[in-house]
Ligand binder design. Structure first.
Ligand code: ACO
Length: 151
């Protein structure tokens, strides 16, 4: 496990990360929507209450006090593998100006660690073809195919 570059902090998502630009960072992934503070808190409070299932971490730039990277692990309960747990890594995002500084790698390392600590027997994720080399560097192997149905 390698360290964060100086001047950055990795920590759990906080309610006032709304003001620190957390949602803006997610815009590298897809359309996010304009959340009011109330709409943000609705989702934040749900996730916090269920933090044994959903855990979101961020990396902040200490000087600017803004969020520059984020990621989530969702822990799914199964019957197979004798009530096994599977970790799903979701919504890995690094601000466009901060990519290439190993922040994405640190987010993944931390989420893998959380998954292992929770007792997951595996941690999986879906990604685009162009991100395969990144996830391979993070220790993942390509397996199966992703299927999607959009309502
Ligand atoms: N192709 C080849 N290698 C790559 C790529 C790539 N597209 N991206 C990163 N790498 C390599 C880096 O060169 C580095 O290699 P090194 O250790 O040999 O130097 C290693 O992977 C780690 O790279 P980081 O610096 O940690 O990558 P970064 O912080 O830029 O984060 C990420 C990568 C998350 C893909 C970022 O570029 C990003 O936010 N992209 C836009 C959003 C996105 O696609 N998110 C992932 C969606 S999939 C999901 O959420 C499950």
């Amino acid at each position: 496990q390698s360290l964060l570059p100086a001047g950055y902090t990795l920590r759990a998502l906080r309610s006032n990360d709304y003001e620190r630009g957390f949602l803006k960072v997610l815009e590298v992934l897809t359309e996010v929507g304009n959340h009011t503070k109330q709409e943000w808190l609705e989702q934040f409070n749900y996730l916090k209450k269920h933090n044994h299932e959903y855990f979101t971490i961020t990396i902040t730039d200490d000087k600017k006090d803004v969020v520059v990277a984020a990621g989530t692990i969702f822990v799914e309960r199964k019957f197979v593998h004798k009530n096994g747990l599977v970790g799903h890594i979701e919504d890995i995002a690094v601000d466009g100006n901060q990519q290439g500084k190993k922040l994405g790698l640190r987010i993944i390392q931390a989420l893998k660690y959380i998954g292992a600590q929770r007792g997951c027997y595996k941690v999986i994720l879906d990604c685009s073809e162009k991100n395969i080399p990144f996830y391979e560097k993070c220790g993942f192997k390509q397996k199966e195919y992703e299927m999607a149905w959009y309502v």
